[in-house]
Design a protein around this ligand. Structure first.
Ligand code: HEM
Length: 476
């Protein structure tokens, strides 16, 4: 696993191993990867006894976080305390903050297109990430980081997050080398990024605490966002969350919520550009919705969910390009377990990879490898339940992604807005002015000049070097 982490080819190498050896593959001395549908409900189930493995230890900060806590009981207490920051009721309040970041992105595109006299070649990979980070800034840090406005990563967050993820994957697979690897990563990115982030987080929390105090005195309505909910969070003994607990929770949102959402938005745009007929179908649906008034700017989450074909494309993207292709490992509890027809002793590490599983015939049929959004629309009620159950992009059960709805809300607002306003086409690699620096590589490891990006498959399946030609569409 460490070699795969270093070579950034985890997803497709594991897939090859399953194709060769079947449903159960030993990935290290004490760890197996499984691809059996029956396993999902067992190892990830609510109230189950499969704890996270020590792989997650290196996701931790100064206090335990949702993502890094291994023990299920300790995790349930944190999840209960922090869940008010992720409710559907709060989601409505969060929308306006997403809108303001999206406005900055649209301004950036308009400026860049105007400079290019009607056309621009945009680093779409970076812009999607800057947007996702600005949104996290608004939701969890009290204000945007201003990255889309600047059109660049003015805080040095991108290399820092990339290095952090490298570090988690390497330390997680080789815990004995953890301290040395952390020193190496810190040397590689410099202290600047993590320090800047720590300072930003601390300042954001302090500013909000002061605002809340002032609001109490003046009777003003305080701003409602994830940060306000984290500040109001309480420990099981009733004590309020400490400043450092709030900071850890906010920083985790940056780590867990920005790359993942950016990867999904890129993948969705990429799949549409690759499949011209499907792109046309989505545009037909969006144009008609604007024409009838079913959609207007800013696109609301409620309206965006009423675009069935767009939503099917999003589901299909989440299926074929899960942001986290890694194996989501758990420990077999003390009583041992029978999984996929085999007995595993207590302490064995068992896992499923969303990337590998979603491409298996037993999960999605003989055309599992094909981008075919219609599968979500053609299915009967019963069949759709099965398709949904097999979709483990956000994990499953008690440790399922708590930010799923926030992410879906963001994507459902951002992507239709961009598709409505602009026409996108991948920048051809062979063009003399092509800005590409890396060879094209698909999410399944295929090398091709037709690929719009270079995917590195590790904990995240991030697309690099994703350049897109953008033109304004003639719309009201
Ligand atoms: C497309 C976007 C996203 C994807 C694909 C994704 C994927 C995942 C996955 C696979 C897990 C489970 C990990 C495991 O079981 O080992 C997870 C957990 C988590 N995610 Fe997400 N995520 C996304 C967006 C977000 C966002 C936007 C946030 C925050 C606002 C977020 C916060 C978290 C947190 C805090 C956890 C830990 C939950 C727990 O253990 O209780 N994620 N995510």
């Amino acid at each position: 696993m460490s070699t795969r982490a270093l070579k950034h080819d985890m997803g497709w190498r594991l897939k090859e191993l399953h194709e060769r050896h079947g449903k159960i593959v030993r990935v290290s001395r004490n760890a197996v990867s499984l691809v059996d549908p029956s396993v999902i409900g067992e190892i990830y189930r609510y109230g189950g006894h499969y704890a996270k493995t020590s792989f997650y230890t290196y996701f931790k900060a100064q206090t335990p976080s949702l993502m890094s806590t291994l023990d299920n009981h300790a995790h349930a207490l944190i999840r209960r305390a922090e869940s008010p920051a992720y409710t559907m009721t709060l989601l409505v309040d969060l929308e306006e903050h997403v809108d303001s970041c999206l406005d900055d992105l649209v301004d950036y595109f308009d400026r860049t297109i105007a400079e290019g006299k009607g056309k621009a070649t945009v680093d779409m990979g970076t812009m999607m990430q800057l947007l996702a980070m600005d949104v996290v800034g608004e939701l969890a840090f009290g204000q945007t980081f201003g990255l889309c406005k600047a059109g660049k990563d003015t805080h040095g967050f991108l290399p820092m997050l990339e290095a952090f993820i490298d570090q988690c994957a390497l330390c997680g697979t080789q815990p004995w080398a953890g301290p040395a690897l952390i020193r190496y990563v810190n040397w590689k990115v410099g202290a600047q990024g993590p320090q800047a982030l720590a300072e930003k987080t601390s300042k954001a929390v302090q500013t909000r605490l002061e605002q809340l105090q002032r609001a109490k005195e003046t009777g003003d309505e305080p701003r409602r966002d994830m940060l306000s909910k984290l500040i109001a969070a309480k420990n099981p003994n009733g004590t309020p969350y400490s400043k450092s607990q709030i900071e850890v929770a906010a920083t985790s949102i940056l780590g867990a919520g920005s790359d993942t959402t950016a990867i999904t938005m890129r993948a969705l745009l990429g799949y549409l550009m690759k499949h011209k007929d499907i792109y046309d179908q989505v545009m037909h649906e969006i144009d008609e919705a604007f024409a009838t008034g079913a959609l207007s700017l800013p696109v609301t989450y409620a309206d965006g969910t009423k675009l069935p074909f767009f939503q099917a494309c999003l589901k299909e993207t989440l299926r074929l390009h899960p942001a986290v292709p890694w194996t989501l490992p758990r420990v077999v509890p003390k009583e041992g377990a029978v999984l996929a027809g085999h007995y595993f002793a207590a302490g064995t590490e068992v896992s499923m990879s969303p990337f590998v599983f979603h491409r298996r015939a037993e999960a999605y049929g003989a055309d599992a490898e094909t981008f075919r959004p219609a599968r979500w629309l053609e299915a009967s009620e019963e069949e759709r339940k099965v398709l949904e159950r097999h979709l483990i992009t956000f994990g499953s059960g008690s440790r399922v992604c708590i930010g799923k709805n926030i992410s879906l809300m963001e994507i459902t607002k951002v992507v239709p807005t961009l598709l409505h306003k602009y026409r996108f086409a991948p920048t051809p690699r062979g063009r003399p002015d092509s800005p590409h620096k890396l060879p094209g590589r698909a999410v399944d490891g295929t090398w091709s000049d037709d690929e719009p990006w270079h995917v590195k498959s590790q904990w995240f399946a991030a697309q690099h070097d994703f350049w897109v030609d953008v033109e304004e569409r003639e719309v009201e």
